[in-house]
Design a binder for this molecule. Structure first.
Ligand code: TYD
Length: 208
């Protein structure tokens, strides 16, 4: 059964680590998964990612940023997500269009509907079947990043605390706007518990 599941959240929510463990668990159970991420996931999309996240690009305009994310997303859909879904795979994607709505639409102030319009063009209306929102207070998430040597700091991490509060607020409003596909996971819990909640949520959807 093909299913498109996305994993969203602010910085330091632990979603990428949980996602790897979740992927392993689902594979062990025999599911054919494709684990991927945005921005990136294919060579062209990774090149776009490098431009977006480069700390030297301090002059990047907000609309340019939104368009680059959308361009990277499109390429990733065409080369990776759509083919995998066609083959009946379970696609697990670290961030997708809701990140653009939260970061560029909400926190950067471009407007959710403006950014949605650009993304409707880019994705031809491909929405996830399920979206797990790893919700955490920005103070706690950023403290986790600061404490972790393995996580490189990128251009978006360097934004002020207000920006990260804006991201969280917008994600939570998106969960209200799309209640059929959003599930909120409390990411302030210990990682084992976050993984268990994520696993149960995905299993429930798979068995639907
Ligand atoms: P990444 O290193 O993948 O961060 P994380 O581990 O937090 O997922 O960097 C992705 C950054 O890009 C992250 O700060 C969120 C941001 N982003 C947007 O602003 N808009 C988007 O559409 C996407 C996909 C990501």
């Amino acid at each position: 059964m093909s299913l498109f599941i996305t994993f969203e959240g602010g910085e330091g929510s632990g979603k990428s680590s949980v996602l790897k463990l979740l992927d392993e668990r689902l594979r062990q159970e025999g599911y054919q998964t494709v684990l991927t991420r945005e921005p990136g996931g294919t060579p062209i999309a990774e090149q776009i990612r490098n431009v977006i996240l480069d700390k030297a690009n301090t002059k990047m305009d907000a609309r340019t940023e939104a368009l680059l994310y959308a361009a990277s997303r499109r390429q990733h859909l065409v080369e990776k997500v759509w083919p995998a879904l066609k083959e009946g795979k379970l696609v697990l994607c670290d961030r997708y269009l809701d990140s653009s709505l939260a970061y560029q639409g909400g926190a950067r102030g471009l407007g959710i509907d403006n950014v949605l319009n650009v993304n409707m063009f880019a994705t031809e209306g491909t929405f996830p079947d399920l979206t797990l929102l790893f919700d955490i207070e920005p103070e706690m998430g950023l403290a986790r990043i600061a404490a972790s040597a393995s996580r490189e700091v990128n251009r978006l991490d360097l934004e002020k605390l207000d920006f990260h509060h804006g991201v969280r607020k917008t994600f939570l409003s998106l969960a209200k706007r799309y209640p059929d596909r959003f599930v909120i996971i409390d990411a302030s819990q210990p990682i084992e518990k976050v993984l268990e909640d994520a696993y149960q949520t995905v299993k429930k959807r798979l068995e639907k």
